[in-house]
Design a protein around this ligand. Structure first.
Ligand SMILES: [Zn+2]
Length: 365
């Protein structure tokens, strides 16, 4: 055999290992909404929590007017109108247990960092058992995509409400651009809007020292997106979890409703920009569930709280089947997300993470 033939055979075999079928995805948004229960996503506000006693609701009449409807389908549209009227037509959502579709985190700890570690590395990280700031040890999907797609520093970025994320997005600190918590944005010459957001986030009184309000994360993130046009972008919203821990169901609902509006703004921008329109996929999920509204367990989650393992996973975009809300599916896991993200780009994450989860069935190719 000539050298050329040997090279050709090698290249052919190798490319079938590293690459999978290429779809239309050229950009990807991963969006997490911390600890937002499947119950609220699929059935809207829960009656048992729309009160002062169990839900810690302040203005019960106002909240009921805004979020209570008689049917589950009307309630979820009141809570997340953009998700349930527009986005849902663009892909699939797993996790409605009432319809025989379940999505879970595989890790048994069922708190935030172990959940995000699973979402980002595709496997349970045994050394991450708390929310302590500890650098992740395994390659993340963000690092993998940055390297495989040969992207420069601003083309892969994470904007997150929780300040732990610089430890979670890459093995080496700073290897993936990450603006987290109340850290000011610094991505070169700042726009007027970026400078203003830096000032305002510094000056406002803060509910939590380590979790930035989602509004600041969102508007900072959008400005970064418009300025730098990242190919891979991660938005991690946090208020849904922290308001629940604070036993404020009214604020949980408002936070979920705001994030729905952020999804709308992102979608509208993406649809109007030539780099993104028709070439951008979205994966939207949560890092854990939480307990039942039958007790005060709804405020919490963890190994000891039944129900904390249940999440939901939505995949929207040009390479998703347009089947909307799914029923009677096989189980989907948080650890399946990186392989799915890689596949959307025609790549195989298993190459660098042999123990990672499966790809979520969704592709039209
Ligand atoms: Zn969490």
């Amino acid at each position: 055999m000539t050298k050329f033939v040997i090279w050709f055979l090698f290249a052919t075999v190798f490319s079938t290992i590293t690459a999978v079928a290429q779809g239309k995805t050229e950009n990807l948004f991963l969006i997490t909404i911390d600890g937002l229960r499947w119950n609220e996503v699929f059935t809207g506000a829960e009656r048992k929590l729309l009160n002062k006693d169990r839900g810690g609701v302040d203005d019960t009449i106002g909240v009921q007017e805004k979020f209570w409807r008689d049917s589950a389908s009307a309630r979820r549209k009141a809570l997340m109108p953009f998700f349930w009227t527009t986005l849902i037509k663009e892909g699939v959502v797993y996790g409605n247990r009432n319809l025989g579709s379940e999505a879970i985190v595989t890790n048994e700890i069922r708190i935030s960092y172990p959940g995000y570690a699973e979402i980002l590395t595709g496997s349970v990280q045994p050394e991450i058992t708390t929310n302590e700031k500890k650098q992740i040890q395994e390659v993340t999907i963000l690092e993998f995509l940055k390297s495989e797609l040969q992207l420069s520093d601003v083309k892969v970025a994470a904007f997150t409400s929780w300040d732990l994320y610089p430890y979670a997005v890459s093995r080496k600190p700073g290897a993936v651009y990450c603006n987290a918590g109340y850290t000011p944005v610094n991505d070169g010459r700042l726009t007027q809007r970026q400078s203003f957001l830096n000032v305002i986030q510094d000056e406002i009184p803060k509910q939590w020292s380590n979790v930035r309000y989602d509004a600041l994360t969102f508007h900072h993130g959008m400005e970064f997106i418009k300025k730098n046009k990242p190919r891979v972008f991660y938005f991690a919203f946090g208020e849904t979890d922290d308001w629940a821990h604070d036993k404020r169901y009214d604020h949980v609902l408002e936070a979920a409703h705001r994030v729905d509006n952020y999804l709308k703004e992102i979608w509208q921008f993406v649809s109007s920009d030539p780099q993104y329109a028709g070439k951008t996929s979205f994966i939207i999920t949560a890092d854990h569930g939480r307990g039942s509204s039958d007790t005060e367990n709804w405020t919490n989650h963890g190994r000891e709280i039944p129900g904390s393992e249940y999440i939901w996973v939505a995949v929207f975009g040009p390479d998703s089947q347009k089947k909307g809300e799914l029923s009677q599916t096989s189980m989907v896991h948080a650890k399946d997300i990186p392989a799915t993200m890689a596949k959307l780009f025609g790549l195989n994450f298993r190459m660098v993470a042999p123990g990672c989860g499966q790809t979520i069935p969704l592709a039209t190719y």
